[in-house]
Design a protein around this ligand. Structure first.
Ligand SMILES: [Zn+2]
Length: 81
């Protein structure tokens, strides 16, 4: 009791390069310690450097199912969590 569950679809969000419009922005591993922090990315096509407030790709979830409580049976389906 108390905890409710809902099925989700998980999407991975990528950032396309605004400069060449073809490449994908990939993290360089450099984080700028501003407030909020910025994550440095480099285009894998033209090499332009951009900073974003989050790292790409990131995961995004869309709730698809109804809210439900776990029964004893569905707890077993989840591997006994
Ligand atoms: Zn580019």
């Amino acid at each position: 009791m108390g905890e409710l569950f809902r099925e989700c679809e998980v999407l991975r969000v990528y950032r396309k390069c605004d400069t060449c419009g073809e490449g994908m922005m990939v993290p360089t591993g450099v984080t700028l310690l501003s407030d909020p922090p910025q994550y440095q990315h480099e285009c894998d096509k033209c090499g332009v450097i951009e900073n974003y407030p989050q790292e790409y790709p990131y995961l995004f979830t869309i709730e698809t199912g109804p809210m439900r409580e776990l029964t004893e049976n569905s707890t077993c389906d989840l591997g006994g969590l």
